[in-house]
Design a protein around this ligand. Structure first.
Ligand code: FAD
Ligand code: DHB
Length: 393
């Protein structure tokens, strides 16, 4: 099998790259190890930056998002009985974020790629890459019990943190930076009306909690839990009890409903430098991971593939490799900014002092500063509104 760009992974990065390349008139094939049903059902991110939702609209995949998504102008941070608002619409140039589940983004992109005769091979696991450092790279994969090879001009490894793309780079050609956090998140989806139509986070003495949503009828809530906890430690009643203790304030009670999804997430910060090796490019979680605090991961993945799609377009249209050669350095500046923001938000909002009151006091002073000082709140609002996309669309 042959194509111009071989893409590993049908997550947001791989699907969006394939869509943008198609709009540039460039052929691609996506190899995805899981089934279509599995990737369309995987509950993860939920907040799109204003630039990302604009990109979806201008590239023709935003209709359902505009009908069903919920625009957000602000979020609320609660600590020590205080209620503070970070309003990015007012503080960051009239920008609005969009609540729209990652699995809906994935569904819309798959539907559109297939409508445009795009080739997505589900249940097709890439197991090795040949010639990544040459101009004739190829991907070996297994589909329907048969081994096959995809020959291409370029490889985009959009295969997530555990993917094979990054592992195919000789270790002496990359440097990995990683930080693991000493706690985890438990996330639920519940058939319950959100109690506020905006995100509510609590930096409570008992630990972090968040009320987010997927629609005006479906809540998405998170709580910080111990790293060693398992889902068996968290029956539904205990989750609701803990959410109430951390989030409720006089006059405001978190609404409960049937829990239809429950998962534990470890928190990690990770960057691979550079994000390219010869004709292979890493994008999204394959190259960098952030903890979910701050809602950056999916947005970063989309930002990467915007740069990559334009670089590949320049290669075919102008015979120019300038943008492609700079892919890594262009992306990494934004990536490290997001790393810094999410690391700071995680440190500021999660309980991680393990009894050291000095650290807790530092955290509360930082929260007070970022939510009451206008310059600091403006900086925070800009970070929540997201980085500006570098794209020709
Ligand atoms: P993935 O979505 O991981 O996709 C990679 C794909 O590659 C997968 O489909 C996988 O099956 C496939 N694959 C892997 N190996 C192979 C192989 N060998 N062969 C073929 N296919 C392969 N981000 C935000 O921006 N906003 C948020 O609000 C937010 N909230 C989050 C909340 C939680 C609880 C979590 C866990 C994450 C959150 N994120 C958020 C992060 C976001 O979900 C990820 O950053 C995003 O999924 C990255 O997309 P991706 O396409 O790079 O990788
Ligand atoms: C979600 C929202 C966030 O702002 C965040 O930081 C993590 C997750 C969500 O809605 O899933």
């Amino acid at each position: 099998m042959k194509t111009q760009v071989g893409i590993i992974g049908a997550g947001p990065a791989g699907l969006m790259l394939s869509h943008l390349l198609h709009l540039h008139g460039i052929d691609s094939v996506i190899l995805e190890s899981r089934s279509r049903q599995y990737v369309e059902g995987r509950v993860r991110a939920g907040v799109l930056d204003s630039d990302v939702s604009r990109l979806f609209q201008v590239t023709g995949i935003g209709d359902r998002m505009m009908r069903e998504g919920i625009e957000q102008e602000q979020m609320e941070i609660r600590f020590e009985g205080k209620q503070r608002f970070i309003n990015w619409f007012q503080l960051a140039g009239g920008r609005k974020n969009m609540i729209y589940g990652q699995q809906e983004v994935v569904r819309d992109l798959i539907e559109r790629r297939l409508r445009d005769d795009g080739r997505i091979l589900f249940d097709a696991e890439a197991h090795s890459i040949d010639g990544a450092g040459t101009d004739r790279p190829s991907i070996r994969f297994r589909c329907n019990g048969e081994d096959a090879t995809l020959a291409c001009d370029f490889i985009a490894a959009c295969d997530g943190f555990h993917g094979i793309g990054r592992q195919a780079i000789p270790p002496d050609r990359i440097r990995l930076y990683e930080h693991k956090y000493p706690f985890a998140w438990l996330g639920i989806v519940a058939c319950a009306q959100p109690s506020s139509p905006w995100l509510v986070t609590a930096a409570h003495d008992r630990g972090y909690a968040m009320q987010s949503m997927r629609s005006l009828q479906v809540s998405r809530n998170y709580i910080q839990i111990a790293l060693e906890d398992t889902l068996e430690d968290w029956p539904d009643a205990r989750i609701w009890d803990e959410l109430h203790q951390r989030l409720d304030i006089p006059g405001w009670t978190l609404r409960e409903g049937e829990i239809v999804e429950k998962a534990k997430f470890d928190l990690r910060s990770f960057v691979c430098e550079p994000m390219q090796y010869g004709r292979m490019f890493l994008a999204g979680d394959a190259a960098h991971v952030v903890p979910p605090t701050g809602g950056r991961g999916l947005n970063q993945a989309i930002a990467d593939v915007c740069v990559l799609a334009d670089g590949i377009r320049d290669f075919y249209r102008d015979a120019s490799e300038e943008e492609l050669n700079r892919y890594s350095s262009i992306c990494l500046e934004r990536v490290w900014h997001a790393q810094q923001f999410t690391w700071r938000q995680t440190s500021m909002l999660q309980r991680h002092d393990f009894g050291n009151e000095y650290i807790r006091k530092q955290q509360l002073a930082q929260l007070e500063y970022f939510t009451s000082n206008k310059a600091a709140a403006t900086s925070l609002a800009e970070c929540y509104a997201g980085s500006r996309l570098r794209t020709s669309f």
